[in-house]
Design a protein around this ligand. Sequence first.
Ligand code: DQA
Length: 152
Amino acid sequence: MTAQRRTLVLNGPNLNMLGAREPEIYGRTTLAQIEAECRAAATRLGLVLDFRQSNSEGELVAWIQQARESADGIIINAAALTHTSVAILDALKLVTGPVIELHISNPLNREPFRRRSFVTPAATGLICGFGAHGYVLALEAMAHLLAERAKG
Ligand code: DQA
């Protein structure tokens, strides 16, 4: 049952400040509340969840590298590193399972510098603009992708 259902959710810089951080853009839901919602959704969807946050690019790169062995799919909200990090792109290119790029806001209708994503070239798909609920949508998409893969 856990075969091909292990999902790593990665959160980048400043997402530990959700709730306090620009609530008019990101809402008032904290990362701990998002994690709790993800745990409930993962149980419902039959996914094994690993939920992490780091403010460090190097730590995120290391976790993506480790996920080659320990996860079947990655959901990543790389936060500001989305727009700057070739290192995260290169790490994601090593991943063979599905990669879902996730954003709480819709970066495409914000400042021009947010329109470039270094995650998109390595992403299977992109979910953005649905607020904190996007995490649940991403888990539902991941469950579908992994179930399709398991069929072969
Ligand atoms: C974000 C969008 C990014 O542009 C921003 O730097 C973030 C959060 C989002 O979830 O909407 O930190 O990834």
